[in-house]
Design a protein around this ligand. Structure first.
Ligand code: IPE
Ligand code: IPE
Ligand code: MG
Length: 246
């Protein structure tokens, strides 16, 4: 045995990083099915991947990370599966509240929260409050999130302002809408990653994705490793973004 084991060299970091990375955490159910396990076990492994990848994104210097955890359409799933996902969320929130001092991450939730259990909503508010002053990465967790619901919500906000006489309809522009999205004040995602081999957005960040780069990967989310993220970042750095210009 060699006296000194050589450390695996860190991959060369790409010159251009996405300032805002968004991930559709997909493939938990298929991962479980392949192993003859209940879907909830896949979600539990997926939750572990989420923890690992969040830390890795921070280490790589990502400023904003958005993860799609539960969509407005996911309520269609069997009650038992929805409950398992909610329990994982509850566990994560309790754990992050206990550990928040160790991390420099600002947690923010995006979505419509009325249908969620009261204790989960309270934990979410607490997690936001205790991390508000953090200066590191901003982590947006999308829960009961739907891109169309978000746009409808922004439209309602504008309508209320018009009705109250605070706003004239002719002055409504893109910036005003953006300020009423759940990501107000944040840059749009530069890169949207979807593992699991599906090639669709599934109602994710419809407004914000106008000029996002997409990377679809074949790996199922519970199998997703920091090296997969590094590969996606390297691919992103090779993209030529033109934003309609030349
Ligand atoms: C993503 O994994 C997690 C959620 C949607 C909550 P899925 O549960 O969609 O896994 P697949 O797509 O069925 O494999
Ligand atoms: C999108 O995945 C939602 C999340 C990952 C939270 P889905 O698994 O719900 O999307 P579809 O049904 O394959 O389009
Ligand atoms: Mg899925």
């Amino acid at each position: 045995m060699p006296l000194f084991r050589k450390k695996t060299p860190e991959p060369e970091l790409p010159a251009v990083l996405p300032e805002h990375l968004a991930i559709i955490m997909d493939g938990n159910g298929r991962w479980a099915k392949k192993r003859g396990l209940p879907r909830r076990v896949g979600h539990s492994y997926g939750a572990q991947t989420f923890r690992t990848i969040t830390k890795h994104c921070e280490k790589r210097g990502i400023r904003y990370l958005t993860v799609y955890a539960f969509s407005t359409e996911n309520w269609k799933r069997p009650a038992e599966e929805v409950e398992a996902i909610m329990n994982l969320l509850r566990d994560y929130l309790k754990e992050s509240l206990a550990d928040f001092q160790k991390e420099n991450i600002r947690t923010h939730f995006i979505g419509s929260f009325e249908p969620l259990a009261d204790d989960i909503r309270r934990l979410m508010r607490e997690a936001e409050a205790v991390t508000e002053h953090k200066t590191g990465m901003t982590l947006n967790i999308a829960i009961n999130y739907g891109g169309r619901e978000e746009i409808a919500h922004a439209a309602r906000c504008l309508a209320e302002d018009v009705q109250a006489g605070r706003l004239h309809p002719e002055t409504i522009d893109e910036k005003m809408l953006a300020r009423r999205m759940y990501t107000a004040g944040q840059p749009d995602p530069d890169l949207i990653l979807r593992p699991s081999g599906e090639y669709r957005t599934s109602n994710f960040m419809l407004w914000q994705s106008a000029y996002a780069e997409y990377i679809f990967m074949d790996v199922l989310w519970p199998d997703f490793k920091p090296a997969d993220l590094d590969a996606a970042l390297a691919e992103y750095a090779r993209r030529n973004r033109r934003f309609g210009g030349v």
